[in-house]
Write a protein that binds this ligand. Structure first.
Ligand SMILES: *[C@@H]1O[C@H](CO)[C@@H](O)[C@H](O)[C@H]1NC(C)=O
Ligand SMILES: *[C@@H]1O[C@H](CO)[C@@H](O)[C@H](O)[C@H]1NC(C)=O
Ligand SMILES: *[C@@H]1O[C@H](CO)[C@@H](O)[C@H](O)[C@H]1NC(C)=O
Length: 456
């Protein structure tokens, strides 16, 4: 929108650990953004949107959502914001279903090297190698943003994650709680929502063959090939060969692609936009999942007029608006390096972290798109059943409640809650639930965050 180009900027300089870190905000305070140097020479970018629907009732605090994108290496500031839940789409037109209707939104380019975040001189040692290292950087970011702002501290913060972001969300949840207990971080922790998240890679790879066979996308031979590679991955994980497991995962994706005539890993009703011939081994090793990810979202975009291309948007008008992105920083320029640095942790499960959070009484919501392959509902249910949480048995035995949206009579999903565990099954959605089913996703996020705007 034109608004984007005419906002007046106040460049504010914040004092951070004795150094100057810069940030900026719009004059009306509706947006703020900046960099935090989370470690020397490692710079993390964040962007906060204040909801125009924000209410002031102290008995009903207005929530903030921290959106954690997947990849690893996919940009929350770009993809989550402009392609999924932010106030504007990639044509800079208002998004009707923006989650700002229910909460303030905080986007972050995590881990460092993602989106506008960067490490100096492409220094390989500065990228995170584990989810836990990423969580530590995010905790540092939260300390810088929340500790200095009493108004933000009053709002409950919900971590909402997609895809690989789920592994960051649960490790961040634990790290943030620890920092809060130690008096280092001041915030009001609301809970965690995990949407189609990669919590247990083993359970997902075992789900792919049977699921795709059941929906006619693989034949017996394809399903068998898939299962035998999943077995190989299990052995590698059992013996701590995590890098090898990542390589076998790549191989498994390419076997499924060729046996299924290129099913889309993010929605089994679709074909991947990708030519299987270009699936070279070298491309596979270098973060293929991230490339598929943006291709899928590209394929969903209506393309009348304008340029909806996310790369040119983020490296063009948005960079210009933000003003503080250093000249040498290309949006997304280091994301392949982010993926490679995490290849030893990519296949490591984070079920124990979910258990730990549940036992601490944190509200955990899982939501799952019916048509997703990569983080399938089948795989999510499989890892859920591995929880040691003492409420699990009751949870599994309970009935589900159907979900509808607005005046529609058609079933849009199902929901179940017991104590602090909640599960939403979202029908007709693939991996990117807010994109595929915006109405029911918005209702869901309103309930998760107990938004005072529930009735808007
Ligand atoms: C989005 O727009 C449609 C009409 O264009 C309207 O019916 C619907 O209520 C809107 N959704 C929300 C969440 O406001
Ligand atoms: C901090 O607090 C003020 C209100 O006191 C608000 O205007 C501002 O946007 C807040 N958020 C950030 C991220 O600075
Ligand atoms: C968890 O969610 C439920 C239902 O929304 C709420 O009543 C409860 O207070 C929440 N618990 C915590 C610890 O936030």
């Amino acid at each position: 929108m034109e608004k984007l180009y005419v906002v007046v900027f106040i460049l504010a300089f914040f004092w951070v650990h004795g150094e100057i870190a810069n940030g900026a905000r719009t004059q009306d305070g509706s947006e703020a953004w900046g960099y935090v140097e989370v470690r020397p020479k490692a710079h993390m970018f964040w962007w906060y949107y204040r909801s125009p629907f924000r209410s002031q009732d102290p008995n009903k605090p207005w929530p903030i959502i921290l959106w954690l994108q997947g990849g690893p290496g996919a940009s929350g500031v770009g993809i989550g914001n402009f392609e999924e839940i932010g106030p504007l789409d990639t044509f800079l037109k208002p998004r009707n279903s923006t989650w700002l209707r229910k909460a303030d939104l905080l986007f972050v380019d995590n881990p460092v090297g993602t989106g506008y975040s960067f490490v100096e001189q492409d220094d390989k040692n500065l990228f995170v190698k584990t989810d836990v290292e990423a969580a530590n950087d995010l905790t540092t970011l939260l300390i810088e943003i929340f500790n200095r702002n009493e108004s933000l501290q009053k709002s409950p913060l919900y971590l909402v994650a997609e895809s690989y972001g789920g592994k960051f969300a649960v490790t961040l949840g634990l790290s943030a709680l620890e920092a809060m207990e130690a008096g280092k971080l001041k915030l009001n922790f609301g809970g965690i929502a995990l949407g189609d998240t990669w919590i247990s890679p083993e359970d997902f790879v075992f789900s792919w063959g049977p699921l795709l066979k059941d929906v006619s996308r693989l034949d017996n031979d394809g399903a068998q090939k898939s299962n035998s590679l999943a077995q190989q991955i299990k052995q590698q994980l059992d013996t701590g060969k995590f890098v090898e497991a990542t390589e076998t995962w790549s191989e498994l994706e390419s076997v499924i692609s060729s046996s299924s005539n290129s099913v889309d890993f993010y929605n089994f009703l679709l074909d991947s936009g990708m030519d299987p011939v270009s699936l070279t081994a070298s491309e596979l090793k270098r973060g293929i999942s991230k490339k598929r990810y943006s291709r899928y979202l590209n394929s969903l975009r209506p393309s009348p007029g304008g340029d909806g291309n996310i790369d040119s948007l983020m490296n063009g008008p948005i960079k210009k608006k933000l003003k503080i992105i250093p000249d040498g920083v290309q949006w997304g320029g280091q994301s392949d390096l982010v993926f490679s640095a995490l290849e030893g942790d990519f296949m490591r499960p984070r079920i124990n972290e979910v258990d730990e959070l549940l036992s601490k009484g944190v509200n955990i919501t899982l939501y799952s798109g019916q048509l997703d392959v990569i983080c399938s509902t089948k795989g999510t249910e499989a890892w859920l059943e591995k929880l040691k949480w003492d409420g699990l048995k009751t949870f599994l035995s309970m009935d589900r409640t159907p979900l509808y949206c607005e005046d529609e009579k058609i079933t849009k999903g199902f929901k179940k809650s017991y104590r602090n565990l909640h599960f939403y099954w979202i029908l007709g959605a693939g991996h990117f639930v807010p994109v595929d089913q915006p109405c029911v996703a918005l209702d869901m996020v309103s309930r998760i965050t107990r938004s005072p705007a529930a009735s808007i």
